[in-house]
Design a binder for this molecule. Structure first.
Ligand code: ADP
Ligand code: MG
Length: 612
């Protein structure tokens, strides 16, 4: 036989086997093209599980009339130009294969009108061969209608599953994009019926609501982004509480830089974070966004672009595991001492009396009722949570022993409240030991104080509605703080916000600021330290929303203002701290998610001493 280069159409059909496995692959590619075209509305209309029709309509930038035919050629793309572009791919598509592949195995009609062009184009291809091309009137955007998929590749057609099975896979794919792009209005119809619809509010919770319904969405735990330091890998999203479990891994949805991906390692990291919390053979749900610099991931691994390779796989793995675990711990009432087993039924004898405020009813859609506290597994990465004792500041801040008038009042709904505790003493100048109705507690004084200040601050902030300024306390002598120019620029932009929070800061020469007053609530804060910490936070943000900045600054100054580990406290100070912690809405973790206290129950003590 003679060796010859295959005709383009045949080559496309062969290549199509990799890209277009089934109707859902077509849906996926067309949605990705719409998203890459910056569409804000995407309609997906399916007939017979995609066998008869897959139509994706968008209001994106459209394809210029002169390029419509080119778009269907193999390796034709507008998204990359040079080999170096492959190093940092920012679009969902880049291989220039999908349209050629889809067209080669279907009857395809595209109607598109590009931004700025007076009319649209209608192009019809059968098996990749152009049948007709006309000028037509059309709204801006693109409609791709794919009919009779695999009509010319009978082998493929035979491998299609039932209409229901294909439809389900389509739903799964569409769902992922709905979650990944909450700012886009999606509508999915099957045989004329709307089955999924979002309104593009750009709020992930709305998308989760559309997908999972209110019952489940209400239970989900928000992953608070880590703000401690700049991290290469950012993990955001929601995870389900251990009470929500599923028969398979299908509800673990992962996105890397906005791309839905399959990754056994990262999925494992999530599942492992739930270790011992779920019944055997059950799986958690999670919607996790992993974001990292584009050059840190290689997306050119597989024709379907559903796999990625990380340049630093370990940091992605540990970032995911840490984020999920931290969220689960934050959602947990009191963290059990590691390795100390606590039977599920051991629900605090004697707790049912007057202090019966816990376990609670849900007071917040995202604070779940855990019932009996689940045992939290041993951390594989103790360093991720271990408290870093900060150096004792030269002038140790003093604790405000007068119960603050601004302390949040116990909410009518009860909540994750602590029992009344009696102070026993202090260990290592860092931990307070207390006795409660069922055993003893170890309280991390720094984390606890951070939590107290945070809630007091938030309560005051809410009372002022973010409008007028919070009360501040003037400094006898102003404190001058010098910054590098870039920092001065970001700080200069936020002086009004700082003023509203109670910081009076004014420019004082080039790149220098004078702190004249600090929030009255935080009179123990070191003004220069607080300002530096705020700047560090402002600097790392990639233009976060203003309300995020506020929350972040508040958390940051509370951390700076909180008493440090290593500071000896008087009995009165400890008592004041414990009383204030008892009034907190979320006393179990510091605002950054670390536990404030751990509990040793009477039963645990008895067990450890071999009494039972
Ligand atoms: P890729 O997405 O990898 O570039 P495709 O074969 O999917 O390759 O698409 C080829 C080109 O057609 C794209 O690069 C883009 O310029 C154009 N295109 C495809 N779909 C759309 C769309 N819905 N809106 C605007 N342009 C599109
Ligand atoms: Mg594409």
């Amino acid at each position: 036989m003679t060796i010859r280069v295959l005709p383009d159409q045949l080559a496309s059909q062969i290549a199509a086997g990799e890209v277009v496995e089934r109707p859902a692959s077509v849906v996926k590619e067309l949605i990705e093209n719409a998203l890459d075209a910056a569409a804000t509305t995407i309609h997906v209309d399916i007939r017979a599980g995609g066998r008869d029709l897959i139509q994706v309509s968008d209001n994106g930038h459209g394809i210029p009339a002169s390029q419509v035919e080119t778009a269907f050629l193999r390796h034709a793309t507008s998204k990359i130009q040079h080999a170096s572009d492959l190093d940092a791919i920012q679009t969902l598509g880049f291989r220039g294969e999908a349209l050629a592949a889809i067209a080669s195995v279907s009857r395809l009609t595209v109607v598109t009108r590009a931004i700025g062009e007076p009319s649209g184009t209608r192009l019809v291809l059968h098996g990749g061969i152009t049948q007709s091309q006309d000028q037509v009137g059309a709204p801006q955007g693109t409609v791709m209608a794919v009919e009779n998929l695999f009509y010319n590749t009978p082998a493929r057609l035979k491998f299609l599953k039932s209409i229901t099975a294909e439809r389900k896979t389509i739903d799964e794919h569409v769902t992922r994009y709905v979650l990944a792009y909450p700012g886009v209005r999606f509508r999915l119809t099957h045989d004329g019926r709307v089955t999924l619809q979002t309104n593009g509010t750009d709020n992930l919770l709305d998308a989760l609501l559309a997908v999972y319904g209110p019952e489940t969405a209400r239970e989900l735990l928000l992953i608070e982004p880590e703000e401690e330091e700049e991290r290469l890998v950012r993990v955001t999203g929601y995870v389900g509480p251990p009470s929500l479990h599923w028969a398979n891994r299908g509800q673990v949805t992962l996105f890397v830089n906005g791309r839905p991906i399959k990754d056994t390692q990262l999925t494992y990291a999530i599942i492992q974070a739930y270790h011992t919390l779920l019944p055997t053979g059950r799986y958690p749900m999670a919607v996790l966004f992993v974001n990292l610099p584009f050059e840190q991931v290689d997306v050119n691994v597989h024709p379907t672009k559903t796999e990625v390779r990380f340049r630093q796989g370990v940091s992605a793995f540990s970032a995911v595991q840490r984020a999920v675990r931290k969220t689960l711990i934050a959602g947990s009432p009191v963290r059990a001492v590691e390795g100390w087993s606590r039977p599920q039924t051991d629900s605090y004898p004697g707790w049912q009396g007057e202090h019966n405020t816990w376990p609670s009813q849900n007071q917040n859609p995202l604070d779940l009722d855990w019932g009996a506290p689940p045992p939290i597994p041993e951390l594989t990465e103790p360093s991720a949570f271990s408290h870093q004792p900060s150096a004792v500041s030269p002038e140790p801040p003093t604790l405000n022993t007068q119960s603050s008038a601004l302390s949040p009042q116990p909410s009518a709904l009860g909540g994750n409240r602590l029992p009344i505790m009696r102070v026993v003493g202090q260990v290592g100048a860092s931990y307070i030991i207390t006795e409660g109705p069922d055993g003893l507690f170890l309280i991390d004084q720094h984390a606890a104080h951070e939590r107290i200040l945070y809630e007091q601050f938030l309560a005051a902030w809410e009372r002022h509605n973010g409008q007028s300024s919070l009360p501040s306390q003037g400094l006898v002598t102003g404190v001058a703080v010098h910054l590098i120019p870039a920092q001065a620029t970001v700080l200069g932009d936020q002086l009004d916000l700082l003023a509203r929070l109670g910081f009076q800061v004014e420019p004082f020469g080039p790149n220098t600021f004078m702190v004249r007053a600090i929030p009255a609530l935080l009179r123990q804060v070191d003004p220069a330290q607080a300002l530096q910490a705020i700047v560090a936070d402002l600097e790392q943000g990639d233009k976060p929303l203003q309300d995020k900045i506020e929350a972040r600054i508040i958390r940051r100054v509370c951390k700076t203002a909180a008493i440090k580990a290593g500071q000896t406290l008087s009995v009165q100070e400890m008592e004041a701290l414990v009383r204030q912690l008892e009034t907190c809405h979320n006393p179990h973790t510091c605002p950054h998610g670390r536990p404030t206290l751990i509990h040793l129950s009477v039963a645990q003590l008895a067990k450890e001493f071999g009494r039972i």
